[in-house]
Design a protein around this ligand. Structure first.
Ligand code: IMP
Length: 425
């Protein structure tokens, strides 16, 4: 298998964790290249569920090395907790299995406090962030005042950076948001112990990828969140703070773009979104309730109910273009069983015009009215189906129509959370 980038084509939660877990047996290494523990990748193995946030979904296969590239932001306490939780369940998460870039920026307690305080302050203009400090950490990275993993080698440098940062952070926390200021001691306490714990894992990820490739190994780059949460291309300002498109797999792990050979886009058979922002195909009532309940659509990280609606091929089409998607993996097709008819959004009516790509103006998506095609539903459960030909005719038609509208072939169809509930085409 050539090097492969796996990205979400919607607003995250497409089921990338399951797809990466399945494909991880075919590669030597799985690399995360952006985001932090705002991500939540769920993998089901033999009836057991693993919820991964930072550690790549390849960790459940003992032959695969997992790497966190420079584009990832790290909360050290959360990372250590995730490592310990996996170890307690018998998963090998030793330094041979997990490698962490020294260039990753650290999420510090003031980032989390500012994320929460700022969201509360926004009143009805909330982004609906996961409250994990992701945005404020990326802000400091861009503002050139972040603390990086490599700084941990020099605690005097770390102290100096934190002291300087606290002048500004506490002025905001206490002065503007009316919160309790945070002390240098509190910040240091949150990193000293976990810093020692992760020391053996630290690496030059760019070099390690080159070594794996040099030995003939292939790499899978695991995207987090989804294309429409991208800081540039997503539904700004209701986006995350990193670049979620496939091209960032190169910059976020320290390799050239010529090493990204293929891109697999993961698309849920319907649409979900957590947090604020336009979602033209959102459904309340019975349809939304069916998708929410049958799809168990609750955020992995925050437990919030996900907003649910019909498949939107306008945003899918744009993701195909933005990420250079070669083929698609459709997930949760089984959730649509039992709906008498299905709708697919094929275009939008935007300010009186029919458009095939999302409007770019801020808030434009909230004004877009979906243009739907109606397709027949099916009643049969898909849980036991293992080949495309066995799918009910209406389910086959649905997948083929999705392919037509996206302009890319569907190479995988998932019909349940377990590894074997997957149809390879
Ligand atoms: P942040 O990434 O915590 O700053 O949140 C920004 C927006 O991205 C919010 O709407 C979140 O709900 C959304 N978001 C962040 N991570 C994920 C994810 O892994 N899945 C789905 N939505 C996410």
């Amino acid at each position: 298998m050539p090097n492969l980038v796996v990205v979400g084509t919607q607003w995250g939660d497409e089921g990338k964790g399951k797809i990466v877990d399945l494909l991880a047996t075919r590669v030597a290494a799985v690399v995360r290249f952006q985001g932090g523990h705002n991500a939540g990748h769920t993998v089901a193995v033999g009836g057991e569920q693993y919820k991964l946030r930072l550690i790549p979904s390849g960790i459940l296969h003992s032959g695969t090395v997992c790497m966190l590239g420079n584009g990832v932001v790290l909360d050290l306490e959360e990372l250590c907790a995730e490592i310990e939780a996996l170890v307690a369940r018998g998963v090998d998460v030793g330094p041979k299995r997990l490698r962490i870039s020294r260039k990753c920026h650290l999420i510090l307690p003031y980032h989390r406090l500012l994320d929460e305080a700022r969201e509360n302050y926004k009143g009805d203009r909330k982004i609906g962030t996961t409250g994990r400090g992701i945005g404020p950490c990326y802000e400091d990275k861009a503002g050139r005042c972040g603390v990086r993993v490599c700084d941990l080698e020099d605690m005097e440098l770390v102290r100096r950076k934190i002291r300087q940062a606290l002048d500004e952070k506490n002025a905001l926390l206490a002065g503007l948001y009316g919160r309790k200021p945070i002390t240098e001691r509190e910040v240091l306490d949150s990193i000293v112990r976990p810093a020692a714990r992760i020391k053996p894992y630290l690496a030059d990820i760019s070099e390690e990828i080159a070594l794996v490739e040099g030995a003939g190994g292939e790499i899978l780059f695991e995207g987090a969140q989804g294309t429409h949460l991208d800081i540039d291309h997503g539904t700004y300002p209701f986006v995350t703070s990193s670049s979620t498109v496939a091209g960032n797999a190169a910059a976020g792990s320290g390799i050239g773009p010529d090493h990204l050979h293929r891109v697999l886009g993961v698309v849920k058979a319907y649409t979900t979104r957590v947090g604020s922002g336009g979602m033209p195909t959102e459904q309340g009532g019975e349809i939304g309730g069916h998708l929410q309940k049958k799809g168990v659509e609750f955020g992995t990280v925050t437990g919030r109910e996900r907003r649910c609606g019909w498949l939107d091929t306008v945003i899918l089409r744009e993701s195909v273009r933005l990420c250079g998607v070669n083929s698609l993996a459709v997930t949760k097709l089984d959730v649509l069983s039992g709906l008498p008819e299905l709708k697919i959004c094929v275009a939008y009516n935007y300010r009186g015009q029919i458009v095939e790509y999302p409007p770019q103006a801020e808030g434009g998506l909230a004004e877009a009215v979906p243009v739907y095609e109606t397709m027949g539903g099916w009643t049969r459960s898909l849980d036991e189906i293992r080949s495309f030909a066995e799918l009910p005719a209406a389910a086959q038609d649905y997948v083929r129509r999705l392919e037509d509208l996206a302009g890319r072939p569907v190479s995988m169809v998932s019909v349940g959370p377990e590894r074997d509930q997957t149809i390879m085409r």
